[in-house]
Design a protein. Structure first.
Length: 232
């Protein structure tokens, strides 16, 4: 809770994954990957309630073991084309109560910290923003990026001089009315919670997971220490 405002955290963890099958339960530093998102949510200072939306019995068992409520996701909301907004709407319908803020915590961002959740919620509340999205600087400056055409010719992507960032998927905050009114988190007035690339690392492929394992000791391990940077 923040200034009397109620905050709901939702961890969406459907069973299917095309990029890395079974990724939500893949062992990371001795625990299933989803466990680290549950830990971050449970130790957050601003979340009043944390739930997992899933169609995976093993994920449900993991959540219940951690003391997190489970919302069984129906099959029509669990396919590869399923909308996370529909899953959020289903959670709100099942809980049947009003929330001032909804926080989406994807289990594929295990390096995000509880402090990132709290900072994003406070930013949304203190700035009276419709939503806040976790972002990270791109791994190289925008001037390094470009395009390759059908003939193999390279051309630079024009930059506008601003620091380029990417939505990292680690944390999303929104007021429910705004979220469903505009159909997403990245609408007009959205603010950014800027995170280091290593804390915002998103796992969708085996390559992503290997990098995540390498970053782990620097971010959440016992000997965690700040990295100078993982971008050039």
């Amino acid at each position: 809770m923040i200034d009397g405002k109620t905050v709901l955290g939702i961890v969406p963890a459907r069973a299917g994954s095309q990029g890395l099958p079974g990724k939500n339960l893949r062992p990371l530093a001795g625990r299933p990957m989803t466990a680290w998102t549950l830990e971050a949510g449970l130790t957050s200072q601003t979340l009043d309630h944390l739930v997992v939306s899933t169609d995976d019995a093993a994920v449900a068992a993991l959540a219940r073991q951690a003391g997190v409520a489970v919302i069984d996701r129906p099959p029509e909301l669990a396919g590869p084309q399923a909308s996370v907004l529909d899953a959020i709407a289903h959670v709100l319908e099942v809980l049947d109560r009003a929330w001032d803020y909804v926080v989406l915590l994807q289990p594929t961002s295990p390096l995000r910290l509880a402090s990132d959740i709290d900072a994003a919620v406070r930013l949304c509340h203190e700035r009276d923003a419709p939503s806040v999205i976790g972002v990270s600087p791109m791994l190289k400056p925008a001037t390094f990026y470009g395009q390759v055409d059908g003939a193999g010719a390279f051309s630079r992507t024009p930059g506008n001089g601003d620091e380029a960032v990417v939505i990292n998927g680690a944390v999303y905050v929104a007021r429910p009315g705004t979220l469903f009114g505009i159909g997403g988190f990245a609408g007009p007035g959205a603010l950014a919670h800027v995170m280091p690339p290593e804390r915002g690392w998103d796992v969708d492929t085996a390559f992503d997971f290997a990098v995540c394992e390498a970053l782990w000791p620097h971010v959440r391990g016992d000997a965690a220490r700040p990295l100078d940077s993982i971008r050039r």
